[in-house]
Design a protein around this ligand. Structure first.
Ligand code: URA
Length: 217
């Protein structure tokens, strides 16, 4: 994992498979079906690092040979919170690793000034659990910061929240960490900048449109 001196809580998950798959996703000629599959695969690979510090405890079991104290996850049902709609594209990858996880939904749209507005929010009540908020694109940082604030408003401390994205822009990370300095953020790539329309450059375009096939022909 790589860090960045500007953002102490940022972790960039480095792996040749992830790099290869994200390059395929960036290519405008990659269609919806492949895009969706690649996003699922990257979420699964990233999940390995996002959960690296999840604690385990020892439980006595019988192997076919003898008794042993074996490590098991202390928490089997963390909360996964996709930011709709693009976050849905990363949810199944995480669920493949954490099949007992609970899933909430954070539906945010943007108004004409790019500020987030809620249209559907369902957050499982799990005050002691780890919460993983997922959205492939951390662009302006406003939706990401808003989603995490919803959890903090429900009493979840920053130490129990982590944010997982595919790609981010530095401008968005500035906004995010100003509001939530102790939330760990996991990315597959940190890109160069935002353009005037709030898109990440070089980025991969509109992730929601590419996942759900709603791009204009
Ligand atoms: N949302 C996207 O889907 N892509 C961007 O580049 C920025 C926000």
């Amino acid at each position: 994992m790589r860090t960045d001196p500007r953002f102490p809580r940022l972790h960039i998950v480095e792996h040749p498979l992830i790099e290869h798959k994200i390059s395929l996703m960036r290519d405008r000629n990659t269609g919806t079906q492949d895009f969706r599959t690649l996003l699922h695969e990257i979420a699964l690979l990233m999940g390995y690092e996002v959960t690296r510090d999840f604690p385990t405890h020892l439980v006595e079991i019988d192997t076919p040979i003898e008794k042993m104290k074996a490590p098991f996850l202390v928490e089997k049902a963390p909360v996964i919170l996709p930011v709709l709609r693009a976050g849905l594209g990363m949810t199944d990858g995480l669920l493949a690793l954490l099949p007992a996880a609970r899933v909430g939904h954070i539906g945010l749209a943007r108004d004409e000034n790019m500020n987030p507005i809620e249209y559907m929010v369902r957050i499982p009540e799990a005050p002691k659990s780890n919460h993983i908020v997922v959205d492939p694109m951390l662009a302006t940082g406003h939706s990401a910061a808003y989603a995490v604030q919803l959890l903090k408003d429900r009493g979840i401390p920053e130490s129990q929240i982590r944010f997982m994205a595919l790609v981010a822009a530095p401008e968005g990370l500035e906004v995010f960490f100003k509001q939530h300095p102790n939330v760990e953020v996991y990315l597959a790539a940190l890109d160069d900048r935002l353009n005037d329309h709030g898109y990440i450059c070089p980025g991969l375009g509109d992730a929601g449109d590419r996942i759900f096939g709603t791009l204009k022909e």
